[in-house]
Write a protein of this length. Structure first.
Length: 274
């Protein structure tokens, strides 16, 4: 009677398998812990969130839209800042809604970049915006969840694109991060200022009358679906805010319209300010 011997297991394969199993167990335990936290957090009464510690961080480390991540990374206020986001928040108006979720989104972007700093480009974060989970307003969500479901969807349903320009995804090519939290009372003042600043920056929008072409940032292409649904295309929105002495030329149907071929994915770190 012959006995078939099993092939020896590759030690490297076994090590990889063990690591994968441990990662899965850790991920499940993390989610379980977050769920338990949410149960207790949601027993609390909703209160207004003024983002006081977040305000301190912005005032100390944000200048002209750029962030001193090297110092921000080690600030002791981070725990309090994240705790501000966890509790149920009293939201009764659209302005309060957008102010809260924009502040939450921007806070978590800063935290995620800090956790992996030093880095030069957002590409180095890989899928961190989608994979890393936080508790916000008594809910478990990722940065991508907030952007897609708490911000873009309500903007589309309310036909209101302006708050998009107060979000900061951490790259130089995005609208600049303000050095103060978004306040419901001044939400639309900040929106108008940020839109004007972004669209009238030559790094984001250029009109070449001699070539009869309008070129705009890939920021508008990244968010093209919502611009298309609300304005027909992003160029129509840009023209509305673009400052040009002979603006009627921009409405000429012979004008060619393009997106810039490159987007600036460098993080909005003070070292990249130029």
């Amino acid at each position: 009677m012959s006995v078939t011997k099993s092939a020896p297991q590759n030690p490297l394969t076994m090590i990889i398998l063990v690591i994968v199993v441990l990662v899965c167990i850790f991920a499940n335990l993390t989610n379980l812990f977050l769920n338990f936290q949410c149960i207790f957090i949601n027993q609390q009464k909703p209160v207004a969130n003024n983002f006081k510690t977040y305000e301190l961080l912005l005032a100390k480390y944000v200048n002209n839209g750029y962030v001193d991540y090297q110092k921000l990374k080690t600030d002791r206020q981070w725990e309090n800042t994240l705790n501000e986001l966890k509790s149920p928040t009293l939201i009764t108006t659209p302005e309060q809604y957008f102010a809260f979720w924009i502040n939450a989104y921007n806070t978590l972007v800063l935290k995620t970049i800090c956790d992996q700093y030093p880095l030069k480009s957002l590409h180095e974060l890989k899928n961190a915006y989608a994979s890393k989970k936080f508790i916000v307003n008594g809910q478990i969500c990722s940065i991508q969840d907030i952007y897609n479901f708490k911000l873009l969807l309500p903007m589309q349903s309310q036909k209101n694109i302006k708050p998009l320009f107060l979000t900061c995804n951490g790259s130089v090519g995005w609208p600049k991060l303000l050095n103060h939290p978004i306040n419901p009372k001044t939400l639309y003042d900040d929106c108008e200022s940020s839109i004007e600043l972004y669209i009238n920056n030559k790094a984001n929008v250029v009109f070449k009358p001699q070539n009869k072409c309008l070129i705009i940032s890939q920021f508008f292409q990244i968010n093209k679906l919502i611009f298309d649904s609300l304005f027909g295309d992003p160029f129509n929105f840009v023209i509305e805010y673009y400052t040009y002495p002979h603006k009627e030329e921009l409405y000429n149907i012979t004008i060619e319209k393009y997106f810039f071929p490159q987007y600036n994915w460098l993080i909005n770190d003070t070292s990249n300010q130029g």
